[in-house]
Design a protein around this ligand. Structure first.
Ligand code: IPM
Ligand code: MN
Length: 355
């Protein structure tokens, strides 16, 4: 029996409700694949911040480094000013733990409605590798003469070769392991961002030519990418892109795969501790009603297994989600319209995961 030590941050709003369902599925998977999970829960989030003024203290970061992975519900509280929890918890963890890849699969499961006409599961199945610790998110820049007519503000898209290389290399290796279309599309905006875009373009080509000759290379400008994601999503296999572009196109990706209820993300440090989350947020208005969709959190748990090296167990999660949706019993991905409660959806998936 292999034991994994997982730090759980249920967080705000509906976060705790979906995390419980993910753990339910992990228990079923564990029984089947000989894995066990030891959880330690941390109460970081809006309530703790309002109570103590603390977001994610440095002492806790040090503790988090000692786990095999972190499983996160949601961060975001209606009574806390925007930015405080996002920067203080989510971004702080990503940066401090150097989770330099944000992995976001865009996969349409059967019976899940997509807003794209005439597109189905065969057409919508790709993965976005978003660079997760650099670019505009680095926070380099500043403001002066604030509040005057002459005020100036900047925030710079900064990238070092090292940061670009490690992300691009991860994306190539991911495309190889995925063994689907063997295609890595770089998304940037090098017709305008001629310096930082050019760095990405050269690294994409150099690493591809030297280390991944088996993977085809392609390039899209980010604006064109949003167009192709809607018009011809079947075109993509793996996309690699910088941080802010990735932030934007992964929300589009979440929509075409059926919505935030089923969109999972992994903040990955391949050499360190990674953190997995449903990307939908804390959904305060649905809190405590048992109507939020836990599938995103369940899929995030699957990604966690895959990243831990438990590829077979991860595949079982994917197959269980697939099977649960194939029954047609989950009527919508939207909170309150599933035709089932949060825990009933968890039970359904866990049943297939155990079988
Ligand atoms: C995401 C979110 C975060 C981001 C916010 C909450 C800071 O939008 O995970 O995509 O911009 O990365
Ligand atoms: Mn986002």
């Amino acid at each position: 029996m292999k034991v994994y030590n997982i730090a759980v941050i249920p967080g705000d709003g509906t976060g705790p409700e979906v995390v419980v369902e993910g753990q339910k599925v992990l228990a079923a998977i564990g029984a089947r694949h000989g894995l066990s999970f030891r959880y330690e829960t941390y109460d970081f989030g809006g309530d703790r911040y309002l109570r103590t003024g603390e977001t994610l203290p440095d002492s806790a970061l040090q503790e988090l480094r000692g786990y095999d992975a972190i499983y996160l519900g949601a961060i975001g509280h209606p009574d806390v000013k925007p930015g405080i929890l996002e920067k203080g918890i989510l971004l702080k963890a990503r940066f401090a733990l150097d989770q330099y890849v944000n992995l976001r699969p865009v996969k349409l499961y059967p019976n899940v409605e997509t807003p794209l006409k005439d597109k189905g599961p065969d057409e919508i199945d790709f993965v976005i590798v978003r660079e997760n610790t650099g670019g505009i998110y680095t926070g380099i820049g500043g403001a002066t003469m604030v509040g005057t007519p002459h005020e100036i503000a900047t925030q710079v898209m900064v990238y070092s070769r090292h940061v670009v290389e490690r992300c691009v290399r991860y994306a190539y290796a991911f495309a190889r392991r995925r063994a689907r279309k063997s295609l890595l599309t770089l998304v940037h905006k090098n017709n305008v961002l001629t310096d930082v875009g050019d760095l990405w373009v050269r690294v994409h080509k150099e690493i591809g030519d030297a280390e991944f000759p088996d993977i085809r290379q392609d390039y899209n400008h980010v604006d064109a990418c949003t167009m192709w994601m809607v018009k011809s999503p079947e075109f993509y296999d793996v996309i690699v892109t910088e941080n802010l572009f990735g932030d934007i196109i992964t929300d589009l990706g979440a929509m075409i795969q059926g919505g935030m209820g089923i969109a999972a993300g992994g903040n990955i440090n391949p050499e360190g501790v990674s953190m997995f989350e449903p990307i939908g947020g804390s959904a305060p208005k649905y809190t405590g009603q048992g109507i939020i969709n836990p599938l995103a959190a369940i899929c995030a748990a699957g990604m966690m297994l895959d990243t831990l090296g438990e590829a077979e167990a991860a595949l079982t999660v994917d197959q269980a989600v697939h099977a649960a949706l194939a029954t047609g019993r989950i009527r919508s991905m939207a909170a309150g319209r599933m035709g089932m409660s949060t825990s009933e959806v968890g039970d359904l998936v866990a049943g297939y995961a155990a079988a």
